[in-house]
Design a protein around this ligand. Structure first.
Ligand code: NAP
Length: 243
């Protein structure tokens, strides 16, 4: 049996099990399985690997993308990126990769206009790491907005000024605010200042249109949800597991 799966907590919102189960069916891979492995703590990972010797690959989701790093036998993460969302398991060894980077980059680039030179990134978790990495690579200046300020690159929501919203026409939500089942929640930014120059990108894919995207759209902003990123990162994981 060839076993793959997803670690995280909670996993009720997961798309991956359905996606890979359908893929295995389409490819006629009858002895392939993709299972959900909710872990109460990342410290449970070694026991999970020991209990499932047929595991060949794992995806990593909220909240373990950073916490999983000390558990990797080898890292194939891009230089300076401290988040792993894909693990290949070979001979009991765990190899860490990040496929969110390519998923975010490929889904963002076709939407960029020349005026998207400054970005605001909401949240500072594992997915934000991949987003910041891509923004750096594309030469887009960025500021992170967090519940806890730190240094001059991470400010608190209370410090989001009119000037910052006006000049940062790319706004990316990497928080779980608005994700099923908390669809009424949304990042606390001044939505009334958004314009048709803004591009709002939400990493959330369920629901397809979060309150964040809906309010942006009402102000004429362009919007993008996380579905395409999700599909690209899943396909990249599949390539890595089969390499
Ligand atoms: P994570 O590591 O837990 O980070 C989420 C960040 O959001 C936290 O670090 C926190 O940042 C902020 N946050 C959490 N709860 C909040 C709250 N109640 N109010 C305000 N801010 C809050 O999670 P993640 O792995 O980065 O995932 C984040 C989201 O991206 C999830 O919805 C996930 O499904 C989605 N995602 C989508 C894709 C895709 O392919 N489309 C890929 C990866 C992730 P601060 O502490 O700085 O405030």
């Amino acid at each position: 049996m060839h076993l793959f799966g997803l670690i995280g907590q909670p996993l009720t919102h997961s798309f991956s099990k359905r996606y890979f189960t359908e893929k295995f069916e389409q490819l006629g891979l009858t002895d392939y399985r993709y299972e959900l492995f909710p872990l109460a703590s990342i410290n449970e990972l070694p026991a999970l690997l020991q209990a499932n010797p047929s595991l060949q690959g794992l995806n990593v989701t909220i909240p373990y993308k950073k916490q999983v790093l000390p558990f990797l036998s080898a890292s194939f993460l891009p230089e300076g990126l401290n988040a792993c969302n894909c693990i290949r398991i070979r001979d009991g060894k765990t190899e860490g990769y990040n496929t969110d980077v390519i998923g975010f980059e490929k889904s963002l680039v076709p939407l960029l206009k020349p005026h998207h030179t400054r970005a605001i990134v909401l949240g500072s978790g594992g997915a934000a790491e991949a987003v910041l990495y891509v923004l750096d690579k594309l030469g887009i200046d960025h500021l992170t907005v967090s519940r806890k300020a730190s240094g001059n690159k991470i400010i608190n929501y209370n410090y989001l000024s009119n000037e910052l919203i006006n000049s940062s026409t790319l706004i990316i939500n990497t928080t779980p605010l608005g994700m099923f089942p908390l669809e009424d929640s949304l990042p606390p930014i001044p939505y009334k200042l958004l314009t048709d120059k803004h591009l709002l990108y939400d990493l959330i894919y369920n629901p397809a249109k979060t309150a964040f995207l809906r309010l942006g759209e009402e102000k004429g902003a362009s919007i993008k949800n996380g579905e395409e990123m999700l599909i690209i990162q899943a396909e990249e994981s599949w390539k890595i597991w089969n390499a």
